[in-house]
Design a protein around this ligand. Structure first.
Ligand SMILES: [Zn+2]
Length: 278
């Protein structure tokens, strides 16, 4: 498994590649827009080009762009709905310019409505985004922990959206913490197998292009999204050993989004994960 981390693009966008190299990343995730703001960030074309050159030279691959946190493709507020679409199109354009694998996003919240009632809205939004984006980067849906009615905590919801959008450009990222928090018991060998079986049945494993490797601070089925450093949470090291060596998963890229508590760094977490690879 290729391993990497979410890396900061602060100061200069292309500096993230230097940081990735320093941290021993083989792949990375970045923000291409300020995660708490609607207004897209203008990144000079020269900077995007430099990023791509440096990434190719360093062999960092894949690069995944994470969307901003405000996205809600099911929003009843027309402003937020339109801004979500606009922001994701901007991310997709940047992804194309830097040769990224795709844009990873959460779907948003039903705010208590039935999933069936928001499905059409989400599907239309994704179709709009794909139509306005250059071909190449994937549009990657991340599974959620299910907190605050956030969509995509069940593989069946993601599967329904993908079937309705009906495009090869839509893929999936599986977050280990969110899976566990939403009730998939990855902690045991049988639990991991049955989660993968359900993923295969509802979505199809060929859609899975990336993993977020995070331990969970909260228990199984808590619906509370709180990441822990690798081996320091409820999921535990043995599960990560199974995941990084799993025949159905080991060809994927694994990206950490860990909190770096008590002196732990991304470098440490990546070393721990590499130590588990057989
Ligand atoms: Zn994640």
């Amino acid at each position: 498994m290729r391993l990497g981390a979410h890396v900061s693009t602060a100061e200069k966008f292309s500096l993230s590649i230097d940081r990735a190299v320093e941290q021993g990343c083989e792949c990375i995730q970045i923000f291409a827009n300020p995660p708490q703001r609607w207004n897209p960030l203008v990144i000079p074309e020269s900077e995007l080009k430099l990023f791509k050159e440096k990434k190719e030279k360093a062999g960092i691959d894949p690069v995944v762009i994470h969307s901003i946190y405000l996205i809600n493709l099911a929003s009843e507020n027309p402003y937020f709905y339109e801004q979500s679409i606009k922001s994701l199109i901007d991310d997709m354009k940047k992804a194309s310019m830097i040769g990224a694998l795709g844009v990873n996003t959460h779907l948003g919240s039903t705010k208590g409505r039935d999933f069936k009632d928001v499905l059409t809205k989400i599907v239309l939004a994704i179709k709009d985004i794909l139509a306005a984006s250059p071909d190449g980067p994937y549009f990657i849906l991340e599974n959620s922990a299910g907190a605050g009615h956030i969509i995509g905590s069940k593989f069946s919801e993601i599967g329904e959206i993908i079937k309705a959008v009906h495009s090869d450009r839509v893929k999936v990222c599986l977050d280990t913490a969110h899976s566990f928090e939403s009730g998939y018991n990855l902690k045991t060998a049988e639990g991991l197998e049955s989660a993968l079986d359900e993923f295969e049945k509802e979505i199809g494993l060929e859609k899975l292009v990336c993993l977020h490797l995070n331990d969970s601070k909260t228990p199984l089925g808590s619906n509370r999204d709180l990441h822990a450093d690798i081996g320091r949470g409820e999921i535990g090291l043995e599960t990560f050993r199974r995941i990084v060596n799993h025949p159905k998963l080991k060809h994927l890229s694994g990206i950490i989004e860990t909190p770096n508590l008590k002196g732990r760094s991304d470098i440490d977490d990546l070393k721990i994960l590499r130590g588990l690879v057989k």
